[in-house]
Ligand binder design. Sequence first.
Ligand SMILES: Nc1nc2c(c(=O)[nH]1)N[C@H]1C(S)=C(S)[C@@H](COP(=O)(O)O)O[C@H]1N2
Ligand SMILES: [Mo]
Length: 533
Amino acid sequence: MTGRGAAALLGIAVTGVTIALAEVLAALAGTGPGPVEAVAEAFIDLTPGWLKDLAIAWFGTSDKVALGAGIAVVVTALATVAGTEERRRRLAGGALVAVLGAVAALATVSRPDGGAPAVWPVLAATVVGVLALPALTPRDAALTPRDAGLAQRGAPGRDGTAHDGSTPASPVGPAAGQPVTRPDPARRTLLIGAGLLAGVAVAAAAVARSTARPAPPAVALPEPDVPAPPVPAGAELAVAGLTPLVTPNDDFYRIDTAFIVPRVDATTWQLRVHGMVEEEVVLTYEDLLAESLTEAWVTLCCVSNEVGGPLIGNAAWVGVPVREVLARARPTAGADMVLSRSVDGFSASTPLEVLTDGRDALLAVAMNGEPLPPEHGYPVRLVVPGLYGYVSATKWVSELEVTRFADQTAYWTDRGWSERGPVKISSRIDVPRSGASLATGEIAVAGVAWAQHTGIARVEVRVDGGAWEDAELAGELDVDTWRQWVYRWRAGAGEHLLEVRATDQDGEVQTGQTRPVLPDGATGWHGVRVRVD
Ligand SMILES: Nc1nc2c(c(=O)[nH]1)N[C@H]1C(S)=C(S)[C@@H](COP(=O)(O)O)O[C@H]1N2
Ligand SMILES: [Mo]
């Protein structure tokens, strides 16, 4: 291996060990997030809306894996530079490691679950890394007795000038053939190997932790006092490839800013209801479970869902109606918004009106008969029919502040998204898939349509821009959920474009005008192109 390659590897190794050490110290201390999580989440918070959209468009719900890989690539590149620079100039690489440590420290301090007490593991590990890199980098200054003779015969000094006045070394290191000091090669190889392993382990652990689907916690939940009505016969159509009416928890889309799923201890969890209220209310998980529990079918949808996109799912949620908790706190005159906050610093601004108008806005504890899965907000989350998740569906919720839109803003509204986020009427073709090759004859074109809290009244399909024709609607599960539909199409040979549009129970027809997801949800008709032979 060339001296430069070894220096690069040493940089990666020392950086890897430093990060691993910080992660281990943070895990042992339990004072907050590890540096990788803190940097990832700070990055997510600083990401502008358009980039978040791009990330979701490119990577879908694997955006966290992509971010982890991105961080690994950037850190590895910087570590390489640190190693090679240290070889050129004493402490240059160490300084770069210090900068990396400072960035991680800043990110840690800025995290809602971090702060000053969480920063010392990063600082301690950074000190080790900053000292280790120069110490392990071979140079004339650190001559072993065996090498001393060579150095005296004209190796470059650490400032690049030879002691005997001969040609200085190239700025990228001693030229080939020039004598270089080498600490015990075996020991160095061992160190580099160990460091690389540590780096790989850290990267693997970070990716595993960010993508793991932890098992739902084993808590026994009481039966809901008001169970959701059973799925009516006819609400679910038997068409192959059609999205199931109820989305299994494991298949439910996940969107949040958490790089690592927050682990919340239900036994110490509290919900604080405060702000413009007559009486502050604090509820524990036990308090909540002792309340009258309602179960409701609600289809949750992300504002970042593109026309025809997958960021939507339907579940039966069990929880305490938010209006009951608010009634106890008694909002004062002038309040028009509830700012919900989560343990991980996310927030959502929901109109007070929507939370108190009688709809099934829930402080949910269960999803499809199971305690909330950790990635969907365990122990408690908000679910509000009719609003996009970013203004309503706070997971790992810990606080409801009654306030005014004029006084406060929320996580995504601070990043250019609309203050209000009612779900837009929409529809999607699930089968046939775009690009499918089909045989002539009758083809079932089927999908889902939604207009949460208003309900779907009609779905129409058109072929090749022709007249709109009524699709057959499945039975309605609830006005708060999506509705399946099917159109039996007698297909002729050729290339065809199938499009769908829905009409809600107020008579509003889904617009064909194409709009992007920013700032308040995409519009336009979903179309698929197929070939029939
Ligand atoms: N704590 C927290 N809650 C959150 C978010 C978040 O980033 N953090 N994202 C919201 C958004 S944008 C959506 S669409 C829904 C998604 O909920 P799900 O992941 O259970 O599908 O959660 C909402 N609740
Ligand atoms: Mo969302």
